[in-house]
Design a protein around this ligand. Sequence first.
Ligand SMILES: [Mg+2]
Length: 116
Amino acid sequence: MTWAFDLDGVIASNPDFFKWFTFKLHKSKQWIDIVTSRNPKRIEETKKELAFWGITYDDLHFMSSQMPRDYKTQGEWKRDKVNSLKSDIWLDNEFKVYEKVCGVDFKNCTAERITI
Ligand SMILES: [Mg+2]
């Protein structure tokens, strides 16, 4: 299985749990992508943070710095990224905001979405 994890509000909210969880997933040969709408200018800072927390992952994906930072754009970008990664399961803390407040359409989202 392949997993997509949001960073702020998910991993960053409970790094001890995700340290254990990502280690276990990786040990059982599951693929872990981190999908964040952080600005890619923060790549080095983010990698250091993940290393400090002991998070295991395979790849890290940032939303382009040229895109607007509103929630609708973030939600649509994450949905399209997760679709392109063919993630089976996607954990995020903002699905309700993306969908109910901003009108992001998840009908064609192929991943099973889990709200954290
Ligand atoms: Mg989040």
